[in-house]
Design a protein around this ligand. Structure first.
Ligand code: FNR
Length: 178
């Protein structure tokens, strides 16, 4: 079964998207990845829109999360928290009656050009994931600082970082009982 991947940044040259693209190479054998629709494709949450029916992209995102064995969220930190687009996407999916995030095993990764690597965003994200009853993996945590020094032409090439991420993915795989 696949692990769904959600990226918190929507820019073309996103370092977090680069981290997400490295997942297939670093994951244990047999794990595949299903990239969820960009968080930019979900409208701003509006209860009036919800009352008329969930947008198709929200339904599709929820269905993909429900079908996945686990969810990996790779996100930057904006102003010491998670990007608004990611929060909006989580808010939409939390409203689906099927509750696709409930009891879903969730892995968090973040990358930042600063030294803290998005740590503060991760702890805000954990708080939100309590509300949706996600089963969030704890340690080791992947918080990639100075990420701009670890890539070559948009690809993660730093061997130490790759080894550490592979270690986290293996531990997560064991956490979900693979
Ligand atoms: C940032 N950035 C940032 N970095 C950080 O480590 N802590 C922070 O609080 C913030 N705050 C912040 C706010 C806003 C509005 C922006 C646009 C940026 C920098 C951010 O981590 C950097 O731009 C990353 O490169 C963004 O991730 P992607 O797009 O490369 O994946």
């Amino acid at each position: 079964m696949a692990w769904a991947v959600w990226v918190g940044s929507v820019r073309k040259g996103s370092y977090n998207a680069a981290l997400a693209r490295a997942l297939p190479e670093l994951a244990p054998q047999g794990v595949s990845f299903d990239f969820l629709p960009s968080v930019a494709t979900l409208p701003i949450y509006d209860a009036d829109v919800e009352a008329e029916g969930f947008p198709a992209v929200v339904e599709a995102t929820g269905a993909a999360i429900a079908a996945a064995e686990a969810l990996v969220i790779v996100t930057p930190e904006y102003n010491y928290s998670i990007p608004g687009g990611l929060k909006n996407a989580l808010d939409w999916v939390s409203r689906l009656p099927s509750k696709p995030l409930g009891r879903k095993p969730i892995l968090i990764q973040s990358a930042s050009m600063g030294v803290i690597g998005g740590a503060r965003a991760q702890y805000h994200l954990r708080q939100v994931l309590v509300a949706v009853d996600g089963r969030v993996f704890n340690t080791p945590e992947v918080m990639v600082g100075r990420v701009q020094t670890l890539l070559t032409d948009g690809t993660l090439t730093d061997e130490g970082t790759k080894t550490f991420i592979a270690k986290q993915l293996k531990a997560f795989s064991e956490f979900i009982g693979r």
